[in-house]
Ligand binder design. Structure first.
Ligand SMILES: Nc1ncnc2c1ncn2[C@@H]1O[C@H](COP(=O)(O)OP(=O)(O)OP(=O)(O)O)[C@@H](O)[C@H]1O
Ligand SMILES: [Mg+2]
Length: 496
């Protein structure tokens, strides 16, 4: 299906400003569809003057649709629907006397020219499925009257209001709460849902007959709403805008659409929506994120304390092996702390692992190769990984890099490379050195030492992956870790 912009470019003479106007209209025409219980189709006159293209379509959420099919992108030659042609030439709303029968459903059709300045940009066909409209109730009459006011404004180029975009998701809809006020700001009709919203704000009486701005001011503490002028202007129907207000328990968005007849302000339509649940959820999410970050921050601090204690003890050791064992523990704890530090700074539960991997590599290589000249590099990118993958992986990487610096070079210069690939659903990391290679007859599985046991345990049990260790192609050693990633984007661990 083509977009409105594509269609306008390809088939019509509409300018970019015209199309922007139509987009502004479309942002709000759900209101008109709902108020009139009708399907709306926007027809755009083609460049050659032979007919109309359907540029957009909207169904009502308040009643049954009269179009099952999508019309957008279809062409309608002149003469097929005389009503549309009449609205285009007469530049006014044209109504049909008798309903049209379509598939044994009576449909009332109306054609509304969309004016911008002097130009008619298109025609809105409003099709009301009459099966849905019973004997009109007060609510339906108030809706229909307001819909008529709005369509007249469209045909005069007074609606949409320039610069007023309302396509954000929490914008109130007609069904959320509808209030009609007159030019003095007095409520002439409030829908049952609108009344419920005001009940929740603390109103005990009916809303009809009251001054909407004054009533709201008396119910809502000044700290929970905008300043006096804004409140009066919005709820008095003077300016097209929304505003958020509430008391301790209830939060409401009110949106006002002033209604005009020529230069005269005749009243306004005010839509209300209780967004208490929405706001509570927002708040919960914010605090949950903040809490998780704070926890990571504290875990990092605690790990650093543990590392400091171990370092202190290492210094007191007289036996060299004991001292180096403790120093290794310091390093291992440090690499976990680094992950938590990164997680405490990120907004979600995943981290950019390249940064972690590079910091770990540089620290370890630096520490281990004091006098020898060992260089290191990374090829490929880890991308983002979830916290549950990042923590064990950081440990694994530390051990493998440590092994290369410790065993491969033995005082000789050399190079160490971390190669990363992320084919679909997997993460493949190779730590490769150009050193002396593994000892003859080395069996990684049988090695009783701690480093590789940690690596194997983490890779196989925590990450559900595999580890292999062998000679590198150009001499030296290569350790390869392959882990499944459940979702290539989030970097979560795959199903075991
Ligand atoms: N890149 C490498 N080059 C040469 N030999 C290696 C390499 N990686 C591991 N090895 C050999 O594998 C052995 C086992 O490694 P492992 O990490 O399990 O223990 P470690 O490094 O000796 O002690 P630690 O528990 O402190 O890590 C090493 O002692 C070493 O002989
Ligand atoms: Mg080791």
């Amino acid at each position: 299906m083509p977009t409105l912009t594509e269609l306008a470019r390809a088939q019509t003479d509409l300018s970019d400003e015209d199309v922007a106007w139509l987009h502004l209209l479309l942002a709000d025409w759900q209101i008109i569809a709902d108020l009139s219980f009708a399907d709306l189709v926007l027809w755009l006159p083609d460049r050659d003057g032979t007919g109309f293209w359907a540029g957009a379509q909207m169904r009502p959420t308040t009643g049954p649709t009269s179009y099952v099919d999508d019309l957008v992108g279809t062409f309608l030659p002149h003469g097929r629907r005389p009503l549309l042609d009449a609205a285009l030439t007469q530049r006014r709303v044209v109504r049909e006397g008798d309903p049209e029968w379509r598939d044994s459903v009576p449909v009332r059709v109306e054609a509304i020219p969309v004016r911008r300045g002097d130009a008619v940009l298109g025609i809105i066909a409003r099709n009301t499925n009459l099966l849905g409209v019973r004997t009109p109730s007060r609510l339906e009459l108030a809706y229909l009257q307001t819909a008529t006011d709005l369509t007249q404004m469209i045909s005069r180029g007074q609606f949409p209001y320039a610069g007023q975009r309302s396509d954000h998701t929490d914008s109130p809809r007609v069904g959320d709460g509808f209030v009609r006020i007159d030019a003095a700001g007095t409520v002439t009709y409030a829908s049952p849902n609108a009344l419920s919203v005001y009940r929740r704000l603390g109103l005990a009486t009916d809303l009809a007959g009251l001054d909407l701005a004054a009533t709201t001011r008396s119910l809502v503490p000044s700290s929970r709403r905008e300043d006096e002028e804004t409140l009066s202007a919005v709820l008095g129907g003077q300016v097209p805008r929304d505003t958020e207000l509430g008391n301790g328990e209830t939060v409401v968005i009110a949106r006002s659409v002033p209604l005009r007849d020529g230069d005269e302000l005749t009243g306004a339509l005010v839509l209300l929506r209780d967004v208490t649940d929405l706001r509570n959820r927002d708040r919960e999410l914010v605090t949950k994120d903040a809490t998780i970050r704070e926890i990571h921050h504290r875990v990092k601090n605690n790990l650093q304390t543990v590392a400091a204690l171990l370092r202190l003890q290492a210094r007191r050791m007289t036996v060299p092996e004991a001292r180096s064992a403790l120093e290794e523990a310091v390093r291992r704890v440090g690499s976990i702390a680094l992950v938590h530090e990164t997680l405490s700074q990120s907004i979600d539960e995943s981290v950019d692992f390249d940064e972690i991997a590079d910091r770990l590599r540089l620290v370890v290589v630096d520490m281990a190769s004091g006098e020898t000249h060992v260089t290191s590099s990374r090829t490929g990118t880890f991308g983002t990984l979830s916290g549950e993958v990042a923590t064990p992986l950081a440990m694994v990487l530390t051990e493998l890099v440590q092994n290369a610096t410790e065993h491969a070079f033995r005082g000789r210069p050399g190079h160490l490379e971390v190669c990363v690939e992320r084919p679909r659903g997997q993460l493949r990391v190779r730590v490769r050195d150009d050193g002396r290679g593994l000892p003859a007859g080395f069996d990684a599985g049988a090695s009783p030492s701690l480093g590789l046991s940690i690596v194997r345990t983490l890779v196989e049990s925590e990450l559900g992956g595999s580890l292999s260790l062998g000679p590198a192609s150009g001499g030296g050693t290569e350790a390869e870790v392959v882990i499944p990633l459940y979702d290539a984007d989030s970097g979560a661990i795959g199903p075991a």
